[in-house]
Design a protein around this ligand. Structure first.
Ligand SMILES: *Cc1c(COP(=O)(O)O)cnc(C)c1O
Length: 386
């Protein structure tokens, strides 16, 4: 082991900045010249470009992925209930194997998250478990919130079918899957609303917080548009309990540059993932991600399942390979959720969620990472498993 060696990062944002430095710098200069910091021209331009890219009727820039989720849900409460917030008795089915903001947004919107188990291979919400919950009654369910975890699509055919049958809304948490697809459709455009995050580490990351809501529903769009600027169409006409949740001009300007590279970068992620999977092909104790054939996976994370995960994590760190555990704790074990959620499982246990939490490990996934680096990572993990 060589301690002077530089640790391979999960992501190298400095490298990405250098790669497009000229364009980034001139986008900043343009903002400095016009000084229109709040809802400047770049915000509308980004909304149009992303709507176009996704094939969505409307896109609204917001201040974070969390706000994208919250505002979508609030917009749906206003639309479907004629009320500002959901009631605690209103249930939204989601996964506990995600970042906390997914279910946090449900609580903020007034509803109750119902956590169901995930699929053991894709780590996405289990369609069978959604159905099983609805079959037990599930009369209070108002919507489903699938998360396209690690950049891979949930089965949107099944989710759409279930939702239509029960007249439920679907809010897609697309925070990890910008550019991902289910069959030919871009994620975030299949459900009632799609929610994106531009947090710097996301596959379309900005230079601070930011987010976007996409929808084909005119009323949801106009509600989100109001909610993000204090709840009204103008300063003197406030209809709803709103927020200051606008996307910054600066972020929009920088994201307009990064958007040009998103397809190229997603392809690079896919190539790195392929190299990893090839490298671990004959290593029985490293279970590589399952590629669902209908899903165009954008590998926000490349995540393996491995025995002795915590030891693997330590070994990689000691050998200068960054790695992360997403997620070590199911949301229902966090106090805010355990106090306010419903868990639907066998004897209260979500077996696949527990299994994933104790064995997943995400490896470095930097689109500009070279083959040499990917090889080093593969070899290091192979040395660990022996
Ligand atoms: C990052 C993330 C969010 C929250 O996005 P922010 O922009 O950080 O608020 C929500 N859901 C998932 C699945 C995420 O990965």
């Amino acid at each position: 082991m060589n301690n002077t060696q530089i640790k391979i990062p999960m992501l190298d944002l400095k490298l990405e900045y250098d790669y497009m430095k000229g364009e980034i710098d001139s986008a900043i200069q343009k903002c400095l010249a016009h000084q229109r910091w709040v809802l400047g021209p770049e915000v509308g331009e980004l909304e149009e470009k992303i709507a176009d890219y996704l094939g969505a009727k409307h896109c609204m820039g917001v201040s974070s992925g969390t706000d994208a989720l919250l505002l979508s849900l609030r917009a749906l409460a206003i639309k479907t209930k004629g009320k500002e917030f959901f009631d605690k008795s209103d249930e939204i089915i989601t996964t506990p194997f995600t970042f906390n903001a997914t279910a946090g947004a449900i609580l903020l919107a007034g509803a109750t998250p119902v956590f169901v188990d995930i699929d053991a291979e894709s780590y996405n919400i289990s369609i069978a478990e959604i159905k099983r919950y609805l079959e037990t009654g599930g009369l209070n369910v108002v919507g489903i919130m699938p998360v396209h975890i690690y950049g891979q699509a949930c089965d949107m055919d099944e989710i759409t079918r279930i939702a239509e049958e029960r007249e439920l809304f679907v809010v897609e948490d697309t925070a990890q899957a910008f550019g991902g697809k289910w069959k030919e459709q871009k994620l975030g455009t299949i459900g009632t609303a799609g929610c994106f995050s531009f947090f710097p580490s996301k596959n379309l990351g900005g230079f601070g917080d930011g987010g976007m809501v996409s929808t084909n529903d005119d009323e949801v769009a106009s509600n989100v548009r109001m909610l993000l600027q204090h709840g009204g169409k103008s300063k003197h006409e406030i209809n709803h309990i709103g927020y200051n949740a606008r996307l910054d001009t600066f972020q929009a300007a920088l994201l307009l540059v990064k958007l040009k590279y998103i397809d190229r970068f997603n392809e690079k992620r896919r190539a790195i993932a392929e190299m990893y999977s090839e490298g671990f092909k004959d290593v029985g104790s490293v279970i590589t991600p399952t590629a669902v054939p209908e899903a165009f996976h954008v590998y926000h994370q490349y995540t393996v399942k491995i025995k002795n995960r915590d030891a693997a994590n330590e070994y990689l760190n000691k050998n200068n390979v960054s790695n992360m555990v997403y997620y070590s704790l199911p949301l229902y074990r966090m106090k805010v959720f355990s106090d306010n959620c419903k868990i639907f499982g066998n004897n209260g246990l979500l077996e696949n969620v527990e299994g994933a939490c104790s064995s997943v490990l995400s490896l470095p996934m930097e689109p500009l990472q070279n083959e040499e680096t990917t090889k080093t990572i593969i070899e290091t993990l192979k040395r660990f498993v022996g």
